[in-house]
Write a protein that binds this ligand. Structure first.
Ligand code: NAP
Length: 294
C-alpha cells in the first residue's frame, strides 16, 4: 500500500485530497500549517523522515494573488522555498513529490492552450513564486516529481468564486463579472482524483495540467452558477431572471494583473494513459450539489 503525506491539509485542495484518500482506504498523514510549516527546512525534513511516505503531496501554498504583489518575499518563502524543502526531504528518502502549481506561471496572452512544455512567463508576483517552486521541485527530483498545474479552483471548502456567486444568488444580488478573461473552472475533487491516478500510474515524472476541459469566462461561469441555483430553487418568479452583468477587465481593476487567456492543454494525460478532467460545465454540474450544501 502507498503511504501518503499531505501538507497544507486544511486548504481547499488538501481537504478534498484527504477526503478522497480516506474514501479509498489509503494510509495517509495529513499535516496542516499548524502541524508543519513547510518554510522550516528542518521541520520539513523531520516530518518526512518520521512518516516515511512513498509520496508527499504539497497542498500548502500562498494563494492570495493580489497580496503577493506587496509581500513577494513571504509568498516566495511558502511557494518557492517550501517546496524546495520538501523536495530535499523526499530526495533523501526516495519519496515521490506531487506539487500543485498554477496557470499564473504563464503570461496569459496566448490564443491557443498552453502546452505543458510552453515557456513560462509570469505576469506577477504570485506566478513568479509558484514558478520558483516548480523549478526547485523539478530540479531536485527530475525522475520522482509531478508538477500538477491547475487553475480557477472551486470546491466545498474555503473561499472560492462558486461559493461567492452562490451567496450573491441566494441574496438576490446580480454582480458585475469580468467577461474578457478566459480559463477553465476546475473542481478540487477532480484535481484530487487526477493526483491519485498519477501516483497510481507509471506516468513519467514531469508537468501535468489538471484543469477542466473546454473554456469559459468568469462571466460565463457566473451565469451557469446562477442558472443552477435558480433551477435548484425551482424559481418561477421574476427573481429567477436575476443574472450577472458582463464587465471588462478595465472595469474591474485588481492589484495583480489577471491573465486574459489561461487555458491549459492536456496532452500529457493521454500520453501517460490517464484521461484528462472532462468539460468544465459537466464538472460544475457534478460539483454543484456538494458545494451548495457545504
Ligand atoms: N485556488 C485557486 O484558484 C488555485 C488556482 C491555481 C492553482 N492553485 C494551486 O493549488 C494549490 C492548492 O490551492 P488551494 O486553493 O487549496 O489553497 P488554499 O485553500 O489557500 O490552501 C493552502 C493551505 O496552505 C496552508 N499554508 C500556507 N502557508 C503554509 C506554510 N508555510 N506551511 C504549511 N501550510 C501552509 C494554508 O494555511 P492557512 O490558511 O492557515 O494560511 C492553507 O491551509 C496551491 O498550490 C495553489 O497555488 C490554486
Amino acid at each position: 500500500m502507498t503511504r501518503w503525506l499531505v501538507t497544507g491539509a486544511a486548504g481547499m485542495l488538501g481537504r478534498d485530497l484527504t477526503a478522497l484518500l480516506a474514501a479509498r482506504g489509503e494510509e495517509f498523514t495529513a499535516l496542516t500549517r499548524a502541524d508543519l510549516d513547510i518554510t522550516d527546512g528542518a521541520a520539513a525534513a523531520s516530518a518526512v523522515s518520521a512518516v516515511k511516505p512513498d509520496v508527499v503531496v504539497n497542498c500548502a501554498a500562498w494563494t492570495a494573488v493580489d497580496a503577493a504583489e506587496e509581500n513577494e518575499a513571504e509568498a516566495l518563502a511558502i511557494n518557492g522555498h517550501g517546496p524546495a524543502n520538501l523536495a530535499a526531504a523526499c530526495a533523501g528518502l526516495g519519496a515521490v513529490l506531487v506539487h500543485p502549481s498554477t496557470d499564473y506561471v504563464f503570461h496569459g496572452d496566448a490564443t491557443v492552450p498552453y502546452a505543458e512544455d510552453a515557456a513560462p512567463a509570469p505576469a506577477g508576483a504570485y506566478g513568479r513564486t509558484k514558478l520558483a517552486g516548480e523549478q526547485a521541485v523539478l530540479a531536485a527530483l527530475p525522475n520522482a516529481s509531478y508538477v500538477v498545474r491547475t487553475a480557477w479552483l472551486y470546491g466545498a471548502h474555503g473561499k472560492n468564486f462558486v461559493k461567492t456567486m452562490l451567496r450573491l444568488a441566494r441574496s438576490d444580488v446580480a454582480p458585475g463579472v469580468v467577461a474578457d478573461q478566459y480559463g477553465q473552472p476546475t473542481w478540487t475533487a477532480d484535481v484530487a482524483a487526477k493526483i491519485y491516478d498519477l501516483v497510481g500510474s507509471a506516468a513519467p515524472a514531469g508537468i501535468y495540467h489538471a484543469t477542466s476541459s473546454g473554456q469559459t469566462t468568469w462571466f460565463g461561469l457566473a451565469e451557469e452558477i446562477f442558472r443552477l441555483h435558480h433551477a435548484m430553487e425551482n424559481r418561477e418568479t421574476t427573481r429567477a431572471r436575476l443574472t450577472p452583468r458582463p464587465l471588462t477587465t478595465a472595469e474591474y481593476p485588481t492589484p495583480a494583473k489577471r491573465p486574459a487567456y489561461s487555458v491549459l492543454g492536456h496532452a500529457a494525460w493521454p500520453a501517460a494513459g490517464i484521461a484528462p478532467i472532462g468539460d468544465w460545465k459537466d464538472a460544475l454540474h457534478r460539483a454543484f450539489p456538494v458545494v451548495a450544501d457545504a
